[in-house]
Design a protein around this ligand. Structure first.
Ligand SMILES: NC(=O)c1ccc[n+]([C@@H]2O[C@H](COP(=O)([O-])OP(=O)(O)OC[C@H]3O[C@@H](n4cnc5c(N)ncnc54)[C@H](O)[C@@H]3O)[C@@H](O)[C@H]2O)c1
Length: 258
């Protein structure tokens, strides 16, 4: 499905990461992967995990460091003929104090700015930096979002605002890149126990609640998200752009959850 396609995957921090499920499926479907890591500690962890994946390059990329985003751009220009078939943005962060309690009491300017910078602006910065290599292949971009962008989810707080911003960015980027046949979409995943999700108070209850209330009566897993990502990054999804695709076992379509 993606034989020899070159895809850059961000956000692989552990074997529970959604990015790990995506990288595994992309690899299985023939893609060559460039992986990025946020810091040296995560690089070491990543190296232990990727033995079975078809990885051609590993690069640092803390998205709050513009020089590192620029470095990615340079490497793709110089070592990969300025061609990139896909970009997976699987990055989010908000300070822990922002992800508990009530929004009105917890929100701070610093928390708001950090959540938006790392979780939403980073998609814009990566798309801007990698625009030409993606245009050169009529490539595809995906990001990961969550229902908290459009509905109140307890404790999700400022991250809900950041995800709303991220989803708007998907539409604006899709509009600007569409004339070049570059597609931009988001997968809205149901809750999954990952490092990032563990920072949200009440995750256990949320997982139980979703499995009881969604249409498939179970939680989604990272390999399923990986398969949806593979589809969206492949030519099978050629007319799909600017979309938020729900991969949440039907939770968002049920009126039974409250
Ligand atoms: N787990 C869920 O329930 C769930 C549901 C819907 C959407 N998502 C989204 O999926 C994406 C991946 O999260 P995950 O659940 O796999 O958790 P995760 O902790 O495995 O991944 C989060 C990643 O973000 C990276 N990151 C954070 N700050 C960064 C920075 N400054 N520069 C570069 N990378 C940075 C981390 O290194 C990590 O790899 C996030 O956007 C998250 O919001 C998760």
């Amino acid at each position: 499905m993606l034989k020899n396609k070159l895809i850059l995957v961000t956000g692989l921090a552990s074997n529970r990461s959604i990015a790990y499920g995506i990288a595994s499926q992309l690899s299985e479907h023939g893609a060559r992967l460039i992986l990025t890591f946020q810091n040296e500690r995560l690089q070491e962890r990543m190296l232990e995990l990727i033995g079975n994946l078809n990885v051609v390059k590993i690069l640092p990329c803390d998205v709050s460091q513009p020089a590192q985003v620029e470095y990615l751009k340079q490497i793709i220009e110089q070592e990969f003929d300025n061609r990139l078939d896909g970009l997976v943005h699987s990055i989010a962060y908000a300070p822990a104090d922002q992800l508990q309690g009530s929004f009105i009491d917890q929100v701070t300017l610093e928390g708001f700015n950090t959540a938006h910078e790392v979780s939403s602006y980073s998609l814009c910065a990566l798309a801007q930096a990698l625009k030409q290599p993606l245009i050169n292949t009529q490539g595809s971009i995906i990001t990961l979002t969550y229902l908290g962008s459009e509905r109140y989810i307890p404790h999700y707080n400022v991250m809900g605002l950041a995800k709303a911003s991220l989803e708007a960015a998907v539409r604006y980027l899709a509009a600007d890149l569409g004339q070049h046949q570059v597609r931009v979409n988001a997968i809205s995943a149901g809750p999954i126990r990952t490092l990032a999700a563990s920072g949200i108070k009440g995750l256990k209850e949320m997982l139980t609640h979703c499995a009881e209330q969604n249409l498939l009566k179970r939680n989604v897993d990272i390999n399923e998200i990986g398969k949806v990502a593979t589809f969206l990054l492949s030519s099978y999804a050629s007319p799909i752009t600017g979309e938020i695709i729900f991969a949440d076992c039907g939770y968002s379509k049920s009126a039974m959850n409250f």
